[in-house]
Design a protein around this ligand. Sequence first.
Ligand code: AR6
Length: 170
Amino acid sequence: MKVKLECVKGDITDQPDLDVIVNAANAELRTGGGVAGAIHRVAGPELEEACRPMAPIKPGQAVVSPAFNLPNRKVIHCLGPVYNIDKPSDQLLAECYKNSLLLADKEQLAAIGFPAISTGAFGYPLQEAAEVTADAIHSTLSQLSQVQLVRMVLFSDRDLNVFQKALGVV
Ligand code: AR6
């Protein structure tokens, strides 16, 4: 089946038509800044509680939880690499996308949304991250049977532009 790929500018916590959103998590699966702060704020305190038994996670690893007050069915929490500290950073970032997509597929979730993992507090340069992300998504598509839509949700016009070009979508 053909998987639809798209890039939009927006907030990852405001994607009600997606079955699952991906959190750019910390190892402890606690709330934090950026995406993790926004997701935990909207989901409510039950999210941290539900995540506690699954922590800590390692760079590249993905785990799934309920979405509580978010308008989605599930949240996949993925720990991106800290740029040039967790190495090889490109392989670990690629693992994030691959493992999240495979987990969504296993959970029979048809529409998944990603933020630009590692490109905020973890310092991954945007252009490099976009290229790694595009390769990782494209090379995983053939292994998916349930996922039908993959949406990158970018926070600024600049980020949107870079990811659109890297993914080859408008
Ligand atoms: N929706 C979509 N994108 C967002 C949102 C949002 N609501 N908020 C920020 N971004 P970051 P990381 C963009 O720092 O680099 C946390 O404190 C943001 O502009 O959330 O993987 C955790 O607790 C950037 O481009 O994730 C971890 O400790 C991208 O999302 C650590 O930061 C990722 O930024 C994870 O760092």
